[in-house]
Design a protein around this ligand. Structure first.
Ligand code: NAD
Ligand code: NAG
Ligand code: NAG
Length: 318
């Protein structure tokens, strides 16, 4: 493979996540070829990306060294998969979250690319051994799971198939770092990866506390946004513990380990999130705070993205 080819990335699927990946990759100076099996969809995606890049430039939030115009010039759209894959060294799949769809997409892609091309899936909920079960050479396959919106939330979970080559993990880690994302490597696959497992634990206990009449929906959200979340934007749970006792983590566990174990043992069973009056009443309480009609939700989404933008800026400065 000639080195001139090491700058083309193909994005398969041009929905929310495909568009975001395209923006992230061009911010790092890569050429991005977008393919979607809905004719015209990839071209529409570019129009949407143009709008976003211009807005970001206006707000001085554009990532990378290039101008919005220069970044846009790096993106092209395709209705033909073979053409879209030509010259790529890395493929990021962003199609519907359906196992059969992903399996057949990768099966098809494998026959259209050279043997060293890395095949990467954006899946949030499917494990690599299922996603890549129809690929012959699984050593080049991995999941690169982004967090929405990837432009501001930079974490990417790299999850190997049991057969994924270490060099493929390393090359993807370098690529993600180069384009300004924050990659983490899982050492083996597991349902939910790391982020969604931690998130599920938080969701379950929050739900239980509201359901058991301990706290309101509004206040449990404040526990996170005004409490734990303040430091979690900068330091994780491990460093938090390490810094919360005079002699570090071991000391912390001597002091608080027993209490944490006692609390953990009092956790109830997995809540029934869609069962009966309890669930209904939690949903109602949430909807009284923020009605679930589209205009209310999209206003809050906009606020969330603005705040994330500000936080991303703050993190960049520190
Ligand atoms: N939305 C999120 O918050 C989020 C976060 C992390 C990961 N993901 C993952 O990213 C992937 C994409 O999610 P999304 O939210 O962008 O979905 P989406 O529905 O917005 O976009 C999917 C796109 O894929 C196209 N597509 C479907 N089948 C195709 C095929 N066979 N070939 C080519 N294109 C095809 C569709 O036309 C559509 O444009 C999913 O696997 C999802 O789990 C999503
Ligand atoms: C399988 O993929 C790896 C990693 O990309 C590559 O080095 C190897 O040559 C491939 N093997 C075959 C038989 O294509
Ligand atoms: C949750 O509750 C609903 C309604 O009571 C019930 O139909 C459903 O089977 C329950 N689900 C689980 C997983 O217990």
């Amino acid at each position: 493979m000639s080195s001139s080819h090491m700058n083309i990335i193909t994005v398969i699927g041009s929905g929310l996540i495909g568009r975001s990946w395209a923006m992230v990759f061009v911010s790092g100076g890569y050429s991005v070829k977008i393919y979607d099996n809905q004719p015209g969809q990839a071209a529409k995606a570019i129009a949407e990306i143009r709008k976003q890049l211009e807005e970001l430039e206006e707000a001085h939030m554009l990532r990378g060294e290039l101008t919005a115009t220069q970044q846009l010039a790096l993106i092209s759209s395709y209705n033909d998969l073979t053409q879209a894959l030509e010259g790529a060294f890395f493929v990021q799949e962003c199609v519907f979250e359906q196992l059969e769809v992903k399996q057949s997409v990768f099966q098809e892609i494998e026959h259209l690319v050279g043997k060293d091309v890395i095949l990467s899936s954006s899946t949030s909920c499917l494990v690599p051994s299922n996603v890549f079960s129809k690929v012959q050479n699984k050593s080049r396959c991995l999941v690169s799971h982004p967090v929405n919106p990837p432009y501001y939330v930079k974490l990417v979970e790299l999850v190997p198939h049991p057969e994924t080559a270490a060099t493929v993990m390393d090359a993807t880690h370098s690529l993600m770092t180069k384009v300004g994302q924050a990659p983490v490597c899982l050492k083996k696959e597991i349902d939910g990866f790391a982020l969604n497992r931690v998130q599920a634990a938080i969701i379950a206990e929050s739900w239980r506390l509201v359901q058991d009449g301990v706290i309101s929906v509004k206040d449990i959200d404040l526990v996170m946004s005004e409490g734990l979340g303040m430091r979690y934007a900068f330091i994780g749970p491990m460093e938090t513990m390490h810094l919360n006792a005079p002699a570090g983590l071991e000391d912390y566990m001597k002091r608080y380990g027993e209490g944490i174990t006692r609390v953990l043992n009092s956790f109830g069973p997995v809540p029934n999130f869609s069962g009966g009056e309890a669930a209904k009443s939690i949903v109602n309480e949430m909807c009284e705070l923020i009605p679930s009609e589209a205009q209310h939700l999209s206003a809050r989404m906009e606020r969330r993205d603005q705040l994330l933008m500000g936080l991303a800026k703050l993190k960049k400065e520190h």
